[in-house]
Design a protein around this ligand. Structure first.
Ligand SMILES: [Fe+2]
Length: 469
């Protein structure tokens, strides 16, 4: 009888241990609790952030992006509402009185019943590295003046700070995200945007007037530092029922990329070098199967990355390859199956994605052993593999996704459904720091962070999260 009692209790104890270990299998699922008024609503059209600049035909929606492969060119874009006006950008270095001119192009497009303003794009070439430039757009009165900083010359130990925002939209939360990014003392110098920009396609006929409001909203930051674009599903704007059959039309007209400088054949996938980083932008919603232009481009690109010059290899895409949220679960699986072996082989340091409206950071894991007959089909710890960071938490009108797969998978280090932004701060060839900032916290507070050891220079060094709160 006594032995039966002992046996029964041992079984119960064993079950408890198994259960606890299952619960503890993964990393941290944050218990942070947001206030209940988190409903994300687009800011009204008369909000100050959407204000049209005063004056007849004043340039608006000014934004810049990198204009070549190494950071010595900038593409300036702006829109004039009433007439084409001037295509010229006047620019000068801070320490120079010599004003130079660059000539751009002007485009318009129609989308259902909407006709765009006059969209200007002007590439300024031949800039000096590490220099502050002022620039002016418009003609006569009003003329609008802005400035930007060019990056230092690419080199292995050049410190540089990137910001990360995704799935931004134009809600009050979106505005908080941009404000937190602007006021973050870590001072991002270039923003890596992980796709889903305006969410205009949530309006009837994808009301492109909401592309214009978004352009005016981001100007306060994007006119002063480059935003590096990647396309999300909200950029597709494919509405065949009303005759709109060209995917990515508004996005392509409005947000040019320097794709030809990296020998890409389409603006949706390309690479740039910036300081000590080599950034590869992938297109989740363009063909990427074997033998497609994007696949061929990536196969040419990866062996060319010079880790002696740019040690940090960063990939940006919209749809995450690893995500443990229920929403969009496994949507990135086809891209993962095809491309993960290459990202591991070439020791990509970190892959940033959006799409899932929440935050998640993975351990370094890979799932590349499967060969149809060996049954090896789960992620395993792999120090050659990238860290996967989902940062689709910019604050758009679709709101956050709270539902997570349970238990937390072993590969998931930290996950939380809050709006925020990221900072990727490269210190030198061996170390970089990543911090995630949620909008409810003070500007300097990091809710999650990680010291990254460069995979090329320190391929087997394990990393540890600094602090999660
Ligand atoms: Fe998305």
């Amino acid at each position: 009888m006594f032995m039966k009692w002992v046996y029964a209790n041992l079984v119960i104890l064993l079950l408890i241990i198994l259960n606890v270990s299952e619960i503890c299998e993964g990393g941290i699922t944050s218990s942070f609790s947001r206030k209940s008024n988190d409903l994300s609503i687009d800011m009204p059209l008369d909000s100050d952030v959407f204000q049209v600049p005063p004056g007849y035909n004043a340039p608006q929606q000014v934004h810049i992006t990198q204009g070549d492969h190494i950071g010595r060119a900038v593409i300036v874009s702006w829109t004039t509402p009433d007439e084409p006006g001037s295509n010229t950008v006047t620019y000068w270095a801070e320490n120079s009185t010599e004003k130079k001119l660059a000539e751009g192009i002007v485009l318009t497009y129609k989308f259902v019943n909407y006709t765009s303003g006059y969209i200007h794009h002007c590439t300024i070439p031949g800039l000096e590295f590490d220099t502050k430039y002022y620039y002016e757009v418009g003609s006569g009165n009003p003329l609008r003046q802005f400035w930007f900083l060019t990056p230092p010359e690419p080199g292995p130990d050049v410190p540089y700070t990137f910001g990360l925002i995704g799935d931004l939209g134009q809600t009050h939360d979106s505005n908080r995200t941009v404000t937190h990014y602007e006021l973050n003392p870590m001072k991002g110098k270039t923003l890596l945007f992980v796709g889903d920009l305006s969410y205009a396609d949530n309006y009837p006929n994808n009301d492109n007037a909401r592309w214009d409001t978004w352009g005016r909203f981001i100007e306060r930051n994007a006119a002063y530092q480059p935003w590096i674009w990647s396309a999300g599903n909200h950029e597709i704007d494919f509405l065949p029922k009303v005759g709109e059959t060209i995917p990515f039309k508004p996005y392509t007209y409005r947000f040019p990329t320097p794709y030809q400088a990296s020998h890409s054949t389409a603006p949706y996938w390309y690479s740039i070098k910036r300081a000590s980083a080599h950034i590869i932008v992938m297109a989740s919603y363009s063909a990427f199967g074997k033998y497609t232009p994007q696949y061929k481009w990536l196969m040419d690109e990866l062996p060319k990355v010079n880790r002696t010059e740019t040690p940090w290899l960063v990939v940006v895409m919209h749809c995450p390859m690893y995500s443990s949220y229920v929403h969009h679960y496994m949507e990135g699986e086809t891209m993962r199956v095809l491309y993960e072996p290459y990202f591991v082989k070439y020791k990509v340091d970190v892959i940033f994605a959006g799409h899932v409206h929440a935050y998640e950071r993975s351990e370094r894991i890979s799932n590349i052993a499967y060969n149809i007959s060996n049954g090896v089909c789960g992620p395993v710890s792999d120090q050659s593999a990238p860290v996967y960071i989902t940062i689709g938490d910019g604050g758009n009108l679709e709101g956050l996704v709270y539902e997570m797969t349970q238990p937390q998978p072993e590969y998931s280090a930290y996950r939380e459904a809050s709006f925020g932004h990221g900072i990727f701060d490269i210190k030198n060839r061996s170390h970089a720091y990543f911090g995630w900032h949620r909008n409810q916290d003070g500007y300097a507070v990091e809710a999650d962070s990680l010291w990254l050891h460069n995979r090329y220079w320190h391929p087997i060094q394990e990393e540890a999260s600094v602090a999660s709160m």
